[in-house]
Write a protein that binds this ligand. Structure first.
Ligand code: ZN
Length: 430
């Protein structure tokens, strides 16, 4: 498959120019060290519905128009670029990703999947391909949680994972509502109509940088994603009894931090007990109150993040942790409260999409490397409404969400060639 790699690389560089500079300044100082080392580093900040996001969307729309694609936008800003197939009634095949970027991020996360999707269409058109099922390239709104604190906003709503009633309650840090911001950005219509109908898509496949080191370290060029892990995250609060560190005698203490320490140990123990590499559990935050050298801790707040590609196994780990919390609470005379923050289900990729990606790799002269995605993507939500798959390409050092994020043009080109072949195969499969 002939892909114009230089054109695509130039488009990615052009897209990277649309960045919210001011918002990035604070973060940049923090990360300057990393950027200094990077030869190819371009700092990009593109917060959803900000000025840079809206200008970047216009740029992408222009590229899609030049590629002969029609456009439809929904009420939350998901944008669908369509190449009409000969079978007007057949569900389309879709690809796509996001163009928003966290503060001071790089220029490849998400963008490779959107601009790469349009480039794949161009390559297929130049090769004379005529789609049977229509092919859509989707630009999803706000994959990053930067503005509204919730990841994959657009794909989540499209998949029915967040209804309009809850969506209108979302606000950013300045108190501006999703409702106000999306209307100001020109996305009117009913939020209730964002959800896709059952059977709206035949299949979905996303091209994305790996954001991990495996492909590069193994010298592989294409990752064939078989499953996407998803986190369950909670806040755990341990309430004990505070007191003076000198006056309170040991036998009568209900020290919240000592209890929390046992819970943290249980988190590690339960994750290790599955003996599966794909189970990970982390306590990344621990706040101690009152936090003084001479006071017995009265209260501790922990964060808990448990991830797996297997929902039942992840739930098993959580159940083990909760049992440990109850046991520690009873034995130590403390209260342990849990608050759910998020519990998205992981997904398995479709065997048909996996086979299509592998066949496309063979046609391009490479063998893909099967792997699990440990970060989550819009594909995770699309899996709720249609069979899905993902194509990974290597990124330097596995680095992502930093200005020195880097993917080689030839790897992007190969990823687009594979994507084009997959879209063609899935479009013809009726
Ligand atoms: Zn991404």
């Amino acid at each position: 498959m002939n892909v114009d790699v230089e054109r695509l690389a130039a488009e990615l560089r052009e897209l990277a120019r649309y960045s919210d500079e001011e918002q990035a300044t604070a973060m940049r100082e923090e990360r300057q060290v990393a950027a200094k080392d990077a030869k190819e580093g371009v700092a990009v900040t593109r917060v959803v519905f900000g000025a840079a996001d809206l200008r970047a969307r216009k740029y992408v729309q222009g590229l899609a128009r030049d590629a002969g694609l029609s456009m439809r936008r929904d009420a939350v800003g998901n944008t669908f670029f369509r190449w009409e197939g000969s079978l007007a009634d057949a569900a389309p095949v879709a690809t796509g990703s996001h163009i928003d970027a966290i503060p001071n991020a790089g220029m490849y996360d998400g963008t490779v999947g959107v601009l790469g999707g349009i480039a794949a269409v161009r390559a297929l058109k130049e090769a004379g391909f005529q789609p049977k099922r229509s092919i859509e390239v989707i630009l999803f709104t706000s994959e990053e949680p930067t503005r509204f604190g919730i990841g994959c906003l657009g794909s989540r709503m499209l998949a029915g994972g967040l209804n309009a009633w809850d969506a209108v309650k979302l606000r950013d840090a300045d108190g501006r509502s999703l409702e106000e911001l999306r209307v100001a950005a020109g996305f009117t219509g009913e939020l209730g109509e964002v959800q896709g109908k059952a059977g709206a898509y035949a299949r979905f496949v996303e091209l994305h940088i790996e954001q991990g080191p495996i492909l590069e370290s193994e010298g592989e060029r294409i990752g064939v994603v078989t499953a996407i892990a998803a986190p369950a995250s909670l806040r755990i609060e341990v309430r004990g009894e505070g007191g003076h560190a000198g006056a309170m005698l040991m036998p009568v203490r209900h020290d919240a931090l000592v209890a929390a320490a046992e819970i943290i140990q249980a988190v590690e123990r339960e994750a290790l007990a599955t003996r599966a590499d794909d189970t990970v559990a982390t306590v990344g935050m621990c706040e101690v109150f009152p936090g003084a050298v001479n006071s017995v801790p009265s209260r501790v707040r922990l964060s808990l993040d448990v991830r797996d590609i297997d929902l039942a196994r992840r739930d098993g780990v959580l159940a083990g942790i909760f049992a440990a919390c109850d046991e520690v609470a009873l034995r130590r005379g403390v209260k342990v409260e849990r608050e759910w923050l998020n519990a998205d289900a992981p997904c398995s990729c479709d065997s048909g999409v996996i086979a299509a990606v592998e066949a496309a790799g063979v046609a391009e002269g490479i063998s893909g490397r099967r792997m699990v995605s440990r970060a989550y993507h819009d594909t995770l939500f699309m899996s709720r409404i249609c069979p899905v798959g993902m194509i990974f390409i290597p990124c330097k050092g596995g680095v992502s969400h930093r200005p020195d994020e880097f993917a080689k043009a030839e790897d992007i080109g190969l990823g687009v060639a594979v994507l084009a072949r997959v879209l063609a195969a899935l479009s013809e499969s009726v």
